[in-house]
Design a protein around this ligand. Structure first.
Ligand code: AMP
Ligand code: GLY
Length: 430
């Protein structure tokens, strides 16, 4: 069969790469894909970014299954539309995607269903928000309500920073306008301490199948310094998620969320990503929900998956009442996978495009380079976005996976290339 992956980042390259390994898959189309997916014979890019045009294309080309990578099309209702036209698609509906697209929605949802999360208050009025900050003090966290491509969260160490964040997020024309198109809102929430992990599950509307655990590195520089980014590297599994923490996350966060969505009349289908903060006692709080897989978490997770990915997605998209994911078991490579993001000059604020990329080695059994912001320009591979590549390697320990990944990084070159040299540092045993 022919399948379609919507998106063009490193996450989508990894999803498509894994799908292409299934003997049942003839061709994986990506819309729009990137320079790396253009170079792979088993993958084909489609220059279609309009979702209605893409749906018509999928109907015409009898696409058997579509997987949606990024949050944008999900929040815009691509799943509702594909389904309404009889297409098989994995992802949440527009209503369910609010778990990610509106922080105010997801915080109210968590409160209503007793899901552990930071204390919070929501404001659309700047004066009230400023007054509230005077009662909380710092450190404090200010979040824009709508989708903000990773730029909507300010962890403020001082009240001055927090006040500035409120002014910025509630200002006219800022990105923080509500997803419903109404007035801008901010969520002000308690600062949580601990270690973060990404807990991603698949859901068919009823059954939940956890994927391997992972941890991302959100800051630009080594030692978690510098500005927040979309993610500079990730590894799987994340040892912080002990069997105990795993059971707690399922019991206290994931299952109540899926049941809660069902109860609220918005059954959840798709990937559900809970960003967890795990404290020293192993207690779990939910920092955020995403209604998609993580980028770059997907790259190491797909590198470890042994089960036929088409079979899994097929089961996950069975109609209500079928077995769905109930009997599905996933096999994982026992090794650690670790991905290092190579970002463009100026990322995250002003990424430069057009730098020519050289030295990407051929894929091996234990190292693969997933493309993100790359394109072919007159046959030359060049950077076209913030996060350019994700070098992903497998080995028997975090330290060995680091060594294998960085050995591969050393072969690759483009002007202004930025990367962290400490991916996986929290999991490296002294
Ligand atoms: P979010 O998009 O909500 O996950 O926030 C982005 C990042 O900000 C998270 O990965 C955390 O590192 C940090 N963050 C968000 N909320 C909190 C919080 N309540 N306490 C501490 N750090 C937070
Ligand atoms: N890597 C974090 C995210 O995908 O949201």
């Amino acid at each position: 069969m022919n399948v379609l992956v919507i998106g063009g980042g490193g996450r989508e390259h990894a999803l498509a790469w894994k799908l292409a390994q299934s003997p049942k898959v003839q061709m994986v189309y990506l819309a729009p894909g990137n320079g790396g997916t253009a170079l792979d014979d088993r993958l084909k890019n489609l220059p279609i970014t309009d979702m209605v045009a893409l749906r018509d294309w999928a109907l015409e080309h009898k696409i058997a299954l579509t997987v949606v990578g990024p949050e944008g099309p999900l929040a815009a209702g691509v799943v509702d539309d594909f389904r309404a036209h009889g297409l098989r698609v994995f992802g949440p509906t527009k209503a369910a995607a609010q778990l990610e697209s509106s922080k105010a929605f997801s915080k109210a949802f968590m409160q209503r269903h007793g899901i552990p999360t930071a204390h919070f208050a929501v404001f659309s009025d700047a004066v009230a928000a400023h007054a509230h900050l005077e009662t909380t003090g710092a450190p404090i966290v200010v979040k824009a309500d709508g989708l903000a491509a990773g730029k909507g969260v300010v962890v403020a160490a001082t009240l001055a920073e927090a006040h500035a964040a409120v002014d910025f997020m509630l200002a006219d024309g800022a990105f923080g306008s509500s997803p419903a198109g109404g007035e801008a809102r901010v969520v002000i929430e308690e600062f949580l301490q601990g270690e973060e992990a990404s807990f991603i599950v698949m859901c068919d509307g009823k059954n939940v199948l956890p994927l391997a655990t992972s941890q991302d590195h959100k800051r630009l520089q080594d030692g978690d310094a510098g500005p927040n980014t979309g993610g500079m590297g990730a590894y799987s599994p994340a040892p912080i998620v002990t069997p105990d923490v795993h059971a707690r996350a399922m019991r206290e966060v994931i299952l109540p969320t899926i049941r809660g969505m069902e109860k609220d009349g918005i059954p959840f289908t798709g990937f559900l990503y809970a960003g967890l903060m795990i404290d020293a006692q192993g207690k779990v709080k939910t920092l955020e929900f995403n209604c998609r897989m993580g980028d770059p978490e997907t790259q190491p997770i797909m590198a470890r998956l042994k089960t036929d990915w088409l079979d899994v997605l097929w089961a996950a998209t069975e109609p209500p009442g079928a077995t769905g994911l109930a009997d599905m078991e996933l096999q994982w490579d026992r090794r650690t996978a670790l991905g290092v993001v190579l970002a463009a000059h100026g990322y995250p604020h002003t990424p430069r495009q057009g730098d020519a990329i050289s030295g990407i080695p051929k894929e091996t059994e234990d190292a693969v380079v997933f493309h993100a912001g790359t394109r072919l320009h007159d046959g030359v591979l060049e950077a076209s976005g913030g996060r350019v590549l994700c070098v992903t390697a497998l080995a028997d320990s975090v330290r060995l996976a680091q060594a294998r990944a960085y050995e591969t990084v050393a072969q690759i070159h483009f002007e202004g290339m930025q990367f962290r040299s400490d991916i996986g540092f929290r999991a490296v045993k002294a």
